[in-house]
Design a protein around this ligand. Structure first.
Ligand code: AMP
Ligand code: TRP
Length: 328
């Protein structure tokens, strides 16, 4: 029996190289080894107000991007969260079993709430309970995510333990996070002290997976560095460290090899070579994306068929929990 992998990504547009190196690349690389379910989390996306038409088209766009990046429909199931109502139903039960204090500790909520001020929704606050529901519905073993999701995974594990101690150990399966060695936290090109983020609208902040080569080269050329010279993996110098980490993420080379390659070279060379590596790394994804999205109806029906395939697993888990809790 293969282990079950589950992970999710929001269809909020601007999918960037942080999403790729932190999550998507790992999903693709370990597909053959596991039984994989990948979810486009549109219910999570609406925790922030979305334009309805755009949300639909971004869901399709993301499906195209994930298939183009190498998610293989023969080996993995890719579906949209809202197609399986058990996610929202189990999330409600988990909300009720979740102590308020656990939610109040979530740093991602605090950061996002700070940005949105009084517009912030209740859904954004309880977002981690929906994420926990996503994971446990499929009796998941492993959850490959970037580092920013670590706290949500810890919350999920605490919640599983609490639910199992209330209702019995066979209620929910305990998941384990899987965070990559390289690329777990790609930082903004304009400000390497901040995580690369989809919602940052500064023009040189992120390289998006669908950026044309010229744009990629320009953004990397303008990336913030420092006034020193030597090119080393030094976490105290976040700008250069970030560029080198992205280089490592795309080439798969060791830190020592990369440092010796850049010995005696300047930041101009680093940026030029990194730009080329990223352009080349994204080229096959962009080419396949253009082919796949030529027929949007085909992507829509693939997502719907995939949801049909796994809905019984989710419904079985929901029923199990409902019975334990005394519902239905
Ligand atoms: P999101 O776009 O928030 O749905 O994130 C999708 C996946 O990408 C999650 O596994 C995140 O942890 C990962 N991710 C998002 N931003 C970054 C980043 N800057 N560096 C590395 N991984 C990231
Ligand atoms: N919260 C995750 C993010 O923003 C997305 C997500 C939703 C997820 N449900 C999940 C990731 C379940 C892993 C497992 O990145």
């Amino acid at each position: 029996m293969k282990k079950r992998v589950f992970s999710g990504i929001q269809p909020t547009g601007n999918t960037h190289i942080g999403n790729y190196l932190g999550a998507i690349k790992q999903w693709v690389a370990s597909q053959a080894e596991y039984d994989n379910i990948f979810c486009i989390v549109d219910l999570h996306a609406i925790t922030v107000l979305q334009d309805p038409k755009l949300l639909k088209s971004q869901t399709r766009e993301l499906a195209g991007l994930l298939f183009a990046a190498g998610i293989d429909p023969e080996q993995s199931v890719l579906f949209a969260q809202s197609h399986i109502s058990a996610h929202a139903e189990l999330a409600w039960i988990l909300n009720c079993l979740s102590p308020m204090g656990w939610m109040q500790r979530m740093t991602q909520f605090k950061e996002k709430a700070d940005k949105q001020k009084e517009q912030v929704s209740v859904g954004l606050f309880t977002y981690p309970a929906l994420m926990a529901a996503d994971i446990v519905l499929y009796d998941t073993d492993l959850v490959p995510v970037g580092e920013d999701q670590k706290q949500h995974l810890e919350y999920t594990r605490d919640l599983v333990q609490r639910v199992n101690s209330l209702y019995g150990d066979d209620t929910l399966k305990m998941p384990t996070p899987s965070i990559p060695q390289v690329g777990a936290r790609v930082m903004g090109l304009d400000d390497p002290t901040k995580k690369m983020s989809k919602s940052e609208d500064k023009p040189n902040h992120a390289v998006n997976l669908l950026d044309p080569p010229k744009v990629i080269l320009k953004k990397i050329k303008r990336a913030t560095t420092d006034s020193l010279r030597d090119i080393r993996f030094d976490p105290e110098r976040p700008g250069v460290y970030n560029l080198l980490s992205i280089y490592q993420g795309f080439t798969g080379q060791s830190q020592a090899k990369i440092e010796s390659h850049f010995e005696g070279k300047g930041y101009g060379d680093l940026k030029k070579e990194l730009g080329e590596v990223v352009v080349e790394g994204l080229k096959p994804i962009q080419t396949r994306y253009a082919e796949l999205t030529a027929d949007p109806a085909c992507l829509d029906s693939l997502l719907a068929q995939n949801a049909d395939k796994i809905r019984p697993i989710a419904e079985r888990t929901l029923k199990r929990v409902q019975e334990k809790v005394g519902l239905g």
